[in-house]
Design a protein around this ligand. Structure first.
Ligand code: GTP
Ligand code: MG
Length: 326
């Protein structure tokens, strides 16, 4: 039997844009037969993955992520890098306007032969979108992109999912008159490796400086370990293209710090393990809902829970029992 994914893998390895796009479409699919092919493809590509600098970039809507990635990406390409951008956006509530906006805001990067910009896959639950993004990243690494940027909107759980697939997590913050830390949750500060206050330009430059100082102080409070590395807080302007080299240098410094401590490898190993369990959880989740015995018993059970005859705890036990029998 012919190798079902050999040609696709070869095309990806050769850097064919069409084949890379096709491979990403395949790994994004949730159809069972597509999943089988995707797994075969990823197994074939596996030896050629892991070689990129993986950077997550997050920030509230309008923080300037797209503008920043465009400006930074073009700079990196000028220095000989090949840059891929993928997104995690589980809400998929993005309007057509926003997608159009991204196309124009990342116009220079999108037009470059050395860049690959992939819009967020559509999906309703974070797990599915995170899987697609992670697997897309592997495809892009195998295709020779040595910088992979994962963009996510900083409004929910997606930052955590992204921090679990990258080496360095960069938070783009904004100064907001008077209350600089407003809108930045503690949780996101805890996972940030580098923070940059964007839009440090024009009349807002001073605000950005003040915000950076406040964030530096906040970071001191967040870590209880005085020996721990403290994420640097910088300022930049994606629009004016100032401070971008310094931010990138901070990303590289963080990565070098991990490498010197041997923790880049352990970080990636831990990511693999938690990823393994995430996949088991996701498979089980789907398997339970697909199970014939469960499906037969479910309607009556749902009714009983709805009108209070059976407790949720009892019903959950019965579903799991049905699944074990099935
Ligand atoms: N003054 C100033 N404006 C900026 C800067 N960076 C981005 N902007 C503007 O801020 C707005 C939002 O920028 P985007 O790059 O689309 O922000 P985003 O974080 O990608 O937004 P979403 O994709 O909606 O989450 C646009 O009007 C940009 O032109 C900057 O450094 N300075
Ligand atoms: Mg954007």
């Amino acid at each position: 039997m012919a190798d079902p994914v050999g040609d696709l893998a070869a095309g990806v390895r050769a850097g064919s844009r069409a084949q890379v796009a096709r491979a990403i479409t395949l790994v994004e699919s949730t159809r069972a037969d597509h999943r089988d092919r995707a797994r075969a493809l990823l197994t074939e590509l596996a030896p050629h993955t892991g070689g990129s600098t993986r950077v997550g970039i997050s920030g509230i809507p309008g923080a300037g992520k797209s503008t920043f990635i465009d400006a930074l990406g073009v700079r990196l390409i000028e220095r000989g890098h090949r840059v891929a951008v993928v997104a995690v956006d589980p809400s998929s509530s993005r309007t057509g306007g926003s997608i159009l906006g991204d196309r124009t805001r990342m116009a220079r990067l999108t037009a470059s032969d050395d860049a690959f910009v992939r819009p967020s896959p559509t999906g309703t639950h974070l797990g599915g979108v995170a899987r697609a993004t992670r697997e897309s990243m592997l495809v892009l690494e195998a295709a020779g992109f040595d910088v992979v940027i994962v963009e996510t909107v900083g409004v929910g759980q997606s930052e955590v999912a992204v921090s679990e697939m990258v080496d360095t997590f960069l938070l783009l913050a904004l100064a907001r008159g008077g209350d600089q830390l407003q809108g930045i949750k503690r949780g996101i500060l805890e996972i940030a490796d580098v923070i940059a206050v964007n839009k440090a330009d024009g009349p807002h430059e001073t605000d950005a400086w003040v915000a950076a100082r406040e964030l530096t102080a906040a970071m001191r409070l967040i870590s209880s370990d005085p020996q721990a590395r403290r994420p640097p807080v910088l300022t930049c302007s994606a629009q004016e293209q100032t401070g971008l080299d310094e931010v990138w240098q901070a990303v590289l410094d963080h990565r070098r710090h991990l490498q010197e401590q041997g923790s880049l490898e352990s970080r990636r190993r831990e990511q693999q393990l938690s990823w393994m369990w995430a996949l088991v959880d996701a498979e089980l989740h789907d398997a339970v809902r697909r199970d014939e015995t469960v499906r037969t018993e479910l309607p009556a059970l749902v009714d009983s829970v709805s009108d209070g005859r059976v407790s949720a705890v009892e019903a959950a036990q019965r579903i799991l029992a049905a699944f074990s029998r099935g």
